[in-house]
Design a protein around this ligand. Sequence first.
Ligand code: ADP
Length: 607
Amino acid sequence: MKVSEHIQLTKRSVSLLFSLSRAKITCLLLGSFTGAVMPYVPVWFSARLLDCLYEGREAGTLALYVLLTVGLVFLLSLARAYLDARCRMASTEMYRNENWKYSEKAMQMAYESIEDPEVAHLRDRIQRETQVGYNIYRLFHSLEGIVGHVTRIGISLWLTAPFFLLKTISAPARAAFAAGLALTVLCKIITTRKVEELNNQYYSGCVHLNMLGSKFHAYLDDYHSGKDIRIYGMSEGLTAYSAALRRETFGMYRKKNRRQAEVQIANVAMSRILQFGLYVLLFSAALKGGVSVGSIARYVSCVLLLLEACSGLAASLQTALVNQEYMKRYFSYFDIQNHMYQGSLTVEKRDDNDYHVEFRDVSFRYPHTREYALRHVNLKFKAGEKLAVVGANGSGKTTFIKLMCRLYDPTEGEILLNGVNIRKYDYDEYLSIFSVVFQDFWLFSFTLGENVAGAGVNRAEKYDGRRVERCLEQAGLGKRLDTLERGLDTFLYKDCDDGGVEISGGEAQKIALARALYKDAPFMILDEPTAALDPVSEYEVFRKFNEIAGDKTAVYISHRLASCRFCDKIAVFDEGRVVQTGSHEELLAQEGGRYHELWHAQAQYYG
Ligand code: ADP
């Protein structure tokens, strides 16, 4: 990393720390300064006391020095304790802000990045590194160390400066003293670098193992996976795999600790030898005369404190330096740009819902893939039309919807709404015209009413209960709603409320459908909306589909052709291409066509 990059990164990191919690960083630095000053109070006053005793001063002066020492140390300790307590309190604010940064970033990111496995991996990795004390937490400690050690070095030098100017000590002795000091610090820098390098190697080496380990733990702990684990007797295998991962990580950990201990032993031995030499030098020089007893005591203590502070500063700087790599990775996640073109056109709110959508020669490839998921798709459908999208699994149906909702932009070609490229519309406005029930829809551990109202999850904002009930009824959940004692206030799942209800896959799908109805958007898109429904419920959805969709433009995706017969127009997807379009009758009449082939193939299984 270049020096300019280090400087930029440091500036950015420090301003991040202040933005996360000004109180925490202020208290931390002040606390560090106070803690650094504290040991010098007894050192200075003890030296004065010794000199007073030696000079035979009266008891009153001695008592004053004792009182001043005790009083000052007491006041500094109080200040330190207060700052520590404030710092601990501010930590909560800082943790919350730091955590929130991830959520905020996720909300701002393009969906494309959210779905990108590389982004997920990066996020996982930096969160893990933060948990083990790197990134901003290490920066906190490094800064705390730097402030404390610099303060100590300053005071030590100030108090020992007269020693370097003593005429009674020879110039070679003073030079030897300075050289010894420099050598001790150098020794500390080299060993700290080695220790940090070993840490770095270890953490980089086991990031992947840790990620796998926590996934396995999540499987073992999560009740959602509990059924399959029991039925398929997977617990033994999972436990063994977890244990193997742990063993491997632990082996690496032991190796790292052994190497670090060797380095530390060498460091301690070297430092102590040098310190001893310095000590001897100082004493012999001082004993030659011209230095008071108190000053000898002060020089000795200050030199030791100076050595400690120099080593500590070297360690803190080294740690901060190593942490720069982690900070760089940390910021790289928050720097992920939303490259989607942000248009500003408003979507015309039409009472007649007269919207028409056109896919014009659209091809699409997912990021980091070579295969096209959609190729040269040309499709037009207009207001009020019921379009069915059919095709085998993997033929591109869901991708088609993701593009239509602008979760991704086409790699080639364009999508038009009322003749205007959808990129030109304001993104939120554009999304507001769609209600989608995705195959992998998500319900939240909130109340049933909040789940259906979607946008009304903000508890201060009350949703329209009547409308929610009507939508649930239309989606086929009316009877189940009647059985719920707390009605719309019943929590889904038990994560947030012990009285929450567990719902079946079919019920969940109906709630998701009700949510789409509640949004009342001009476009309604249903991706395999009956996959989890029993035949009676499925029949109900088909029967009422026209009533449910009303005059909305509806896109209905299914790999079951029978479910699509009631649509005005059917688009048949095959390997990312639209191979046929037409009504059910028209398509069935085209013998040798994909629809004809799929229809007859499915007739065998679905009757
Ligand atoms: P369908 O809905 O018809 O089952 P999809 O649209 O989900 O098909 O998938 C079309 C193709 O795109 C498949 O080959 C699938 O593997 C691939 N695909 C789907 N989602 C992603 C993704 N997030 N990243 C990479 N490839 C994907």
